[in-house]
Design a protein around this ligand. Sequence first.
Ligand SMILES: *Cc1c(COP(=O)(O)O)cnc(C)c1O
Length: 473
Amino acid sequence: MTKKSTIQDKMYSDIQDETIFTSAQTNGYNYLTEIFDRNVFPTEKALTDLTNFDEEMPENSSNAHTVLEHLHTYGSPATVANMGGRYFGFVCGSSVPVGLAGKNLATYWDQSPTMNVLSPIGSKLETVVEKWLKQLFNLPEQTVAGFVSGTSMATFCGLAAARYRLLANQGWNINDQGFSNAPKIRVVTGKQAHSTVLKAISLLGFGKNTIEWVDVDNQGKIIPELIPELDNTTLLILQAGNVNSGSFDDFESICKKANKAGAWVHIDGAFGFWVGAVNQLKHLTKGAEKANSWAVDGHKTLNTPYDSGVVLCEDKEALMSALHMSGSYIITSKERDGTFYTPEMSRRARIVELWAILKYLGKSGVDEMILGMHKRAQQFANELKNENGYTVLNDVVFNQVMVSCKTDDLTDKTLARIQELRECWVGGSIWKNRKIIRISVCSWATTKEDVTRSVNSFKQALREVQKNTLIAK
Ligand SMILES: *Cc1c(COP(=O)(O)O)cnc(C)c1O
């Protein structure tokens, strides 16, 4: 027998101790079943108990059970319950149960679908899901997909492909020649572009000050007539799902114009692009298939666990060139080598959850789950419309509802009180210079009762704030 080091011995015996794994699994499972009725934001005690993590880097190794118990005892209560049905804050989404379980299995595999030789299963699932997504979203046959961490990265990749193509069209190779003396690329986008779009623009060196901004209407949609003359040096970025109002740009007319001019169109569809897979809502993304690249999240509307975004691009050469990867030790295969479609080399096989959830739901399940989010958002808006003191500010075309109280001050205080009550969680934003409360319905778990219970919390919060302001006067 070869002699093992002490820590290696210890880890081999950890592997033999099934209870290390089963107790973490049981704690996770119990967490999951309790989350639907729990306070949505952690209690004050749970937050205070986080000081139990404040320690110096340990000198010596610990017992695996002790580590996991510590994590569960102080970690689980200090989580935000976005897995449940009453979290309406950022467009987060829950997790479809089969996705969690599938991810759990794949955790033990620890695969990186960088190359086919590193993970044949990862490569296969990426190939299959690429095909499924093209069908669901009705995208051109030649479209390829890269499985990235989220829409921030997907948009970064889409814009990098655009930069490669628009410059190559002018005889300039950005990879070799760099950006300093390159021909100019124009960047056009709406005044309601998401902050991650601006991040990608600056990371790629376009410079935010060069953006040609287009005015938007009262729902946040680009006004097509105000788009400047487009040409084959222009990158135009549109939006499927405004992060406040949920509105969609008019892809049909805008893409037609852009295609004619030879401009590149990228669509940020982080949560909204999924309406394309819903019969009653797909009119909202009509014409989107005429764009060149698209960014969409799994971890929002589709409710995959976090760390799941997809860049889709109809120009395979542009995307692969932009994210080019080489090295004498890279082994390419006739099957899919995922690294050519993502910025990272190594990454987790996040495709497992995406595949499991799509296979589980099927087209009809995707349709029903996402239409359900729309219906609950409409319910939220309708119940609040009938409430004295709340005004609904947007057309609820999908899953977003924006409301405000009579004054900014009242909106702020009411929002703070709703958050304190912990019955649900919503965030604030600013819309047309007014403070608003924004509600995102994006969990498979949200029921009619969850919405009514949350609306009741809205009512209670406003009542209490009004009473306190009266007393203060
Ligand atoms: C959330 C969101 C993003 C960013 O996506 P991440 O997955 O968080 O990186 C971009 N655009 C819109 C409209 C979003 O809602």
